[in-house]
Design a protein around this ligand. Sequence first.
Ligand SMILES: *Cc1c(COP(=O)(O)O)cnc(C)c1O
Length: 232
Amino acid sequence: MNIDLFDNIENVKSKIENASKRVGRDSKEVLLLAVTKTVDTDIINEAISMGIVAVGENKPQELTRKFDEIGPIVKWHQIGTLQTNKVKYIIEKVDLIHSLDRFVLAEEIEKRASAIDREVECLVQVNISGEESKHGLPKEEAIDFIRSCSEKYHRIKIVGLMTMAPFDASEAGIRDVFSELKKLSEDISVLNFENVEMRELSMGMSNDFEIAIEEGATIVRVGSMIFGDRKY
Ligand SMILES: *Cc1c(COP(=O)(O)O)cnc(C)c1O
């Protein structure tokens, strides 16, 4: 057995447990999404045998290749920017797309989902921090975007929001970003858009997932703290 991998996963799980306890939440409400980009399939299989139930990939072709090797024994999430012309590769394989942030992408997901007669769950990615390098909708546009999607696209089920905190922010700054996302999701929830459910908040990575849980995250996307620093 890969002892380091096991220890890393147990360590992250106990941090999730403690962060949840600090704010009176049940840690079962928080999904640990293991971010497996650049990680080999044999290591991913080991992580699955150690209790990982959902994995996240940011490159559609990589997700597809790994899915074909590993299969649906784990949930597959598409995280990070999704190019429209890549939707066709993942549409039958993904359980959740975290990065819906524009109409052309929604249009394409709708078309591909319709062709295989299924509904696809998506999170709307919001750029709360306003950092230019970050993808996602400006928060001022999120409500109108979701309203339109709800009216126009019947194969897309929006089930929550996703954001990324700025890399260089202070703890207080990161916390503000996460609490704003939570607030936005509550504002959207009361609007009761058809086929929209504000059930998930995907926020928090290796360096800030504990803060995210304290602020209401239901999915934390953790890569390097499980698999070690990525070599690019
Ligand atoms: C890589 C990545 C993560 C995980 O980052 P770590 O710092 O390695 O935990 C989370 N979310 C997205 C969108 C990513 O691309």
